[in-house]
Design a protein. Structure first.
Length: 265
């Protein structure tokens, strides 16, 4: 192994960007909740030497918790990104046959943080991050976005993660929260990025009819979306540029997958 690479990694600070999973955690109403239970407790069985083990099981949606959206997550006019006819590439039993979570692969890329939070704390639920506003944030930080980057946007809503009602902030059953509007999505895609993510449940400003940001990024542009990140420590340390690393679960047929992202800086 290259010793310079090893030394750089050893001396870097590691930031865990994933939120914890727990029963009662926030989840978008469109997706099933996270379920957990021990399936065997210590003492249920013993080895001849008196040892025992415990085990557990989970059930969850692929778009629950910190996760990445595959391009097959959204369709438009019955077609997926690249023109695939949705009806021809999907089934309840096996999922999708194109644009699956299994095909995303490990991610090792330059990452940048755009910190939209001001002195007043987390953004209000009705704030739309326009392209102009995102450009202003990048200029204020001195952040240059390059093709292939992973761009993460902090709204401050990670601070509400332990309070599912506050984090989801549902209005008539629909989550409401800050995020990019369509102009913000066009500003992001114009830079040729690989993925865009945020610390909210829906990435874009919601509620939003037809989820235009998801349609533009996933369907039109082939840009992944990452949701429910924890960006608080990055912002606290004013780390605006870093090495982003993450590996989605290899879910064959999946429209998305849980993600454990980290930043090295």
């Amino acid at each position: 192994m290259d010793q310079t690479l090893l030394s750089s990694a050893a001396n870097a600070r590691v930031y865990d960007l994933a939120q914890p999973y727990f029963v009662g955690m926030p989840h978008h109403p469109s997706h099933p909740p996270y379920l957990f239970s021990l399936t065997k407790k210590h003492g249920d069985m013993h080895s001849p030497g008196g040892h025992s083990s415990a085990a557990d099981a989970i059930a969850m949606g692929t778009h629950v918790g910190t996760h990445i959206d595959g391009f097959g997550h959204f369709s438009c006019g019955g077609r997926l990104h690249g023109g695939h006819i949705a009806e021809q590439v999907q089934s309840y039993a096996s999922g999708l046959s194109v644009h699956t979570a299994e095909g995303i692969g490990p991610i090792v890329r330059r990452g940048v943080l755009l910190d939209a939070v001001g002195a007043d704390g987390p953004l209000a639920a009705d704030i739309a991050l326009t392209g102009e506003r995102l450009a202003e944030i990048a200029a204020r930080q001195g952040t240059v976005i390059r093709a292939g980057d992973v761009v993460l946007i902090r709204t401050g809503w990670a601070q509400y993660w332990e309070d599912a009602t506050r984090y989801i902030n549902a209005v008539r059953g629909t989550p409401a929260g800050p995020g990019p509007d369509l102009s913000g999505a066009h500003w992001l895609s114009a830079h040729g990025i690989f993925a865009a993510g945020s610390d909210t449940v829906a990435f874009e400003r919601v509620p939003a009819n037809d989820m235009p940001v998801h349609i533009h990024l996933l369907y039109e542009s082939g840009i992944h979306i990452i949701e429910a990140l924890d960006l608080e420590l990055l912002a606290k340390d004013r780390v605006f540029e870093f090495l982003f690393m993450a590996a989605p679960l290899k879910l064959r047929g999946g429209t998305g997958a849980p993600l454990r992202p980290i930043a090295l800086a």
